[in-house]
Ligand binder design. Structure first.
Ligand code: ZN
Length: 202
């Protein structure tokens, strides 16, 4: 387990969660694995506020106010808040600088590779969005509750790093409809066929 190797390199305990000191290079997948290990060990995720990563500033959870209660949103993410997921917990998906929450990123990468094997290209125009970006989008595209195309800031799945806006042609969309569920991805509304969410195993 990665956590042991890191611990030997100088991990310490802060607030019930091991903080990593002296680790300069730690990719987000590894970080996620560590956190998952911590959660698996029934360590309260509230203690994640003590997480310190080399030169990365201490992460402070946004608290639970206004947290949506979507069951597929990991508790850890809900601790930080929608649109306030630390960059260190988001993983590049191999398209520009687009990032998703670790498990969603892993699944997306696998799904995209399977599509490519089938001769289908999948790209994205949007992925994780922080709170300010959602506010900006809502101003430009209008809120869905008003007939627009943007979720209310604080409510978008993009704010959890659990959604992509797919950039696909007709064949790509057909492939997604036929295969995405296998990878834990769903299209919640036919009104937005480009918008796909990672719900994991359901
Ligand atoms: Zn979307």
């Amino acid at each position: 387990m990665a956590i042991e190797a890191v611990a030997a390199g100088g991990a310490r305990v802060v607030g019930g969660v091991q903080a990593i000191a002296g680790v300069k290079q730690l990719d987000s997948v590894m970080l996620w694995e560590m956190i998952r290990a911590q959660i698996g060990g029934q360590v309260g995720v509230a203690g994640i506020g003590g997480l310190a990563l080399g030169s990365v500033p201490t992460i402070t959870p946004a608290g639970t106010a206004g947290v949506t209660s979507s069951t597929h949103v990991p508790e850890l993410l809900q601790q930080f808040g929608n649109g306030r997921v630390p960059r260190e917990l988001l993983t590049l998906i191999g398209i520009g600088q687009h990032r998703l929450w670790g498990p969603a990123a892993e699944s997306f990468i696998a799904m995209r590779a399977a599509a490519a094997d089938a001769g289908v290209a999948i790209s994205v125009t949007d992925s994780y969005r922080n709170y300010d970006q959602q506010v900006d989008l809502a101003e430009r595209k209008g809120l869905t509750i008003n007939g627009g195309l943007a979720a209310t800031p604080g409510k978008s799945e993009h704010g959890w790093g659990l959604a992509v806006d797919a950039d696909v042609d007709g064949a790509g969309l057909a492939w997604l409809k036929a295969n995405a569920a296998e990878f834990g991805w769903v299209m919640p509304t036919t009104r937005e066929p480009w918008h796909w969410e990672f719900h994991g195993e359901t």
